[in-house]
Design a protein around this ligand. Structure first.
Ligand code: SAM
Length: 241
């Protein structure tokens, strides 16, 4: 069943008025829904309803809730992905897949070997749209937060040592991610993934000075976007509800 995200609280489930032009167009023109048809609406309070279309007007549509869904699809722990900036399509892939997996926050970071060194306003709004769409598609209730861009050093220095802080390093020989996860219990993971050129040795040393644990995803060298997805996916499989 189609799901649509309303970026405002559903005040009265018995009369939900939708003014969002994109949603109206998708429902009435693309999906050609008519009065009596049903679909899912969820709002920014993580409330989700199955609704029936009751009225179609020129600039708004009105729906009525049939039932309220209490499906909790969020992970049992919080994953904050500190992703080094990547070229546009790769970074967008990470945003979309990390959202589907259930990552709570994505913090773009600039590390020494980043090819991309900043995020324009247009890119940020595009990225936020990707997060919302991936949340809708995956049945998530809370759209991940896209943080301000942080320098690597600042991101490391600001870490909370109470959290479980991990950095993916292709030259790590000992700590396999799966072993780390099975031998520790924690509620929040801050996960660092490097750029196309990898983290520098200085960056890895700095992270280790701040007790960030470097881990291996195996002997093969993964692309950054692959590493992000494998790492988030591995963590999520241990903590899915
Ligand atoms: N320096 C790498 C090389 O020799 O080609 C390039 C870095 S890799 C493309 C990008 C990032 O993915 C790395 O900084 C690391 O965070 C992560 N990564 C890739 N393969 C990994 C592995 N086997 N174990 C842990 N992390 C890995």
């Amino acid at each position: 069943m189609y799901r649509f995200y309303l970026s405002k609280k559903i005040e009265d489930p018995q009369q939900i008025i939708i003014n969002n032009k994109e949603i109206i167009k998708k429902i009435t023109k693309v999906l050609r829904k008519s009065v009596g048809d049903t679909f899912i609406l969820f709002d920014d309070q993580a409330e989700e309803y199955e609704v029936k279309l009751t009225e179609i007007k020129k600039d708004q549509i009105i729906c009525q809730a049939i039932s309220r869904n209490f499906i909790d699809r969020e992970l049992a722990l919080e994953i904050n992905l500190y992703q080094s900036l990547l070229k546009k399509d790769k970074f967008e892939l990470v945003l979309q897949k990390a959202t589907e997996i259930g990552v709570k926050k994505i913090i773009p970071i600039i590390s020494e070997n980043c090819i991309v060194k900043d995020l324009s306003k247009t890119k940020i709004s595009r990225y936020e749209k990707i997060l919302t769409e991936a949340t809708m598609q995956s049945g998530g209730k809370i759209t991940p937060e896209l943080n301000q861009v942080l320098d690597f050093e600042k991101a490391i220095a600001e870490l909370n040592t109470e959290d479980f802080n991990l950095i993916a390093h292709e030259r790590e020989q000992d700590n396999k991610l799966i072993n780390i996860l099975q031998n520790n219990n924690f509620k929040k993971i801050n996960l660092f993934i490097g750029p196309e050129g990898g983290f520098s040795e200085q960056e890895i040393n700095l992270a280790q000075r701040y007790s960030v644990l470097s881990f291996s995803l195996g002997k093969r060298i993964l692309r950054a976007e692959t590493a992000a997805l494998v790492a988030c996916g591995t963590i999520s499989q241990i903590f899915i509800n």
